[in-house]
Design a protein around this ligand. Structure first.
Ligand code: GAL
Length: 448
């Protein structure tokens, strides 16, 4: 397979270290917050964890072979920080570095372009012991990690993403306590959010200062928010608040627009953590924005939910088609997300760095006929190409995800993969959706 020409539309597939690598304490890797959190009782569905996951650490060649055989030209994965710096900062672990060299080299040898996410939620546990994202020193720790990765892998890897979905790791991890490290409360959340917003810009600056020719982006979760009852003024106000929190909190400071405090007053409390010069340091011009969309959200005013005073009306309560995550299947949501994000003048290019669906799969005659996933991908991709036609500068699309894997607090139950994994034997089986995506890319490339 020949490498993708630089200006072609980037078709790809995404994964994240903790969800697939396993080898959690092998070859000198230090524990991350996810190792610690997932090994506590009653945090994860059926008390599952990522100790072994897809054993990708040992099977990466087989998995890259699958990507090559499926004709997918771009592969997005993340680096486990504590595999390189077992204590977060300081001494490095050569075996971890060699692993990522082998992985990158094997991608390149097979004509697959590696795209690396620097932080996909697995903070070294040693740093969490010092307060993790709530401690402003994270800026110094993160700088050490980012500089090292760029100096070490920057000659081989052209595309870098600084953070994966800051709202999700600060919201679920430091506000609701349902993801690692399991902290709760507004103050933890706002401190973590401000430091993450600084790190996303800071990370971009560090990468460019070391190698100015690299393509730098960062990723955001994005779900169009609609009022449950458009006639109800309280629902309308709740929608604005939810939109400020869910979709605008991290991108607007990056674009130099500040935090969206006008539409959600409680966010002004973030000022407690803001220091002189921060406003300018929050800003950075990314080469691309990674947009991750799965669904839309319907929001309702609710006086019973503390702090937020609003709630999301789950898909299961709305008689709509839904995935195993209880997320509504709604293809226009990706079009709308692209249109909304594309309107910001500071956004130059958008790449869909994640989109996909969890459905239960079953074997029939040795095959997995996952028709629902095929239809989901087909219809969402149609909407992406429609937005492109309508003038949004969208340059690529990555399916979440290659392999059925450890889906955070949901454990192994929701299966998103193009490839099924039997976790007993670690046998991989390509699903119909994998074959479909492969064929789709081939046909699309012919037309380009
Ligand atoms: C994203 C996350 C991925 C994956 C996906 C499906 O929020 O970046 O790691 O879990 O959702 O839920």
């Amino acid at each position: 397979m020949n490498r993708d020409p630089e200006n072609s539309f980037k078709w790809g597939v995404s994964t994240a270290a903790y969800q697939i690598e396993g080898a959690h304490d092998i070859d000198g890797k230090g524990p991350s917050i996810w190792d610690t959190f997932a090994n506590k009782k009653r945090k994860i569905h059926r008390n599952q964890n990522g100790n072994i996951a897809c054993d990708h650490y040992n099977r990466y060649q087989e998995d890259i072979d699958l990507i090559r055989d499926l004709n997918i030209p771009n592969y997005r994965f993340s680096i486990s920080w504590s595999r390189i710096f077992p204590e977060g900062v300081g001494p490095i672990n050569m075996k971890g570095i060699h692993y990522y060299h082998r992985l990158i080299d094997y991608c390149l040898k097979n004509g697959i372009e590696p795209w690396i996410t620097l932080y996909h939620w697995d903070l070294p546990d040693a740093l969490e012991k010092k307060g993790g994202w709530t401690n402003r020193d994270i800026l110094i720790w993160f700088e050490e990690f980012v500089s090292f990765c760029i100096k070490t892998f920057g000659d081989k890897v052209k595309h870098w993403m600084v953070l994966n979905e800051p709202l999700v790791f600060t919201g679920a991890g430091y506000f609701l306590g349902v993801h690692a490290p399991g902290k709760k409360g507004l103050s933890n959340f706002l401190a973590a959010s401000h430091h993450a917003a600084l790190c996303q810009a800071h990370g971009g600056r560090i990468i460019k200062s070391i190698k100015s020719d690299l393509k730098v982006g960062t990723t955001f979760s994005y779900s169009p928010i609609e009022p449950f009852n458009p006639e109800n003024s309280k629902d309308l106000k709740a929608t604005k608040k939810a939109n400020a929190l869910v979709n605008r909190l991290f991108i607007e400071p990056l674009l130099g627009l500040g935090y969206p405090v006008n539409d959600f007053k409680i966010l002004t409390r973030i000022e407690k953590f803001v220091k002189a010069n921060d406003e300018k340091d929050l800003k950075f011009e990314m080469d691309f924005i990674g947009l991750q969309n799965y669904t839309r959200e319907l929001v309702k005013y609710s006086p019973f939910v503390p702090i937020l005073n609003l709630k999301v009306v789950k898909a299961s309560k709305r008689k709509v088609e839904k995935t195993l995550m209880n997320w509504e299947v709604h293809p226009p949501s990706i079009y709308q997300s692209l249109m909304e994000l594309g309107k910001y003048s500071g956004v130059s290019e958008i790449i869909i760095t994640e989109n996909g669906a969890a459905f239960s799969d079953s074997f029939s005659n040795g095959k997995i006929k996952d028709e629902k996933r095929v239809i989901y991908l087909k219809e969402y991709i149609e909407q992406v190409l429609k937005a492109k036609n309508d003038g949004v500068n969208v340059g690529g699309y990555f399916v979440w995800t290659l392999l059925d894997n450890f889906e955070w607090a949901e454990g192994y139950h929701p299966t998103f993969g193009l490839v099924n994994v039997d976790f007993e034997s670690q046998k991989r089986t390509i699903k119909d959706s994998g074959y479909w995506y492969s064929e789709f890319i081939r046909n699309h490339a012919r037309k380009e």
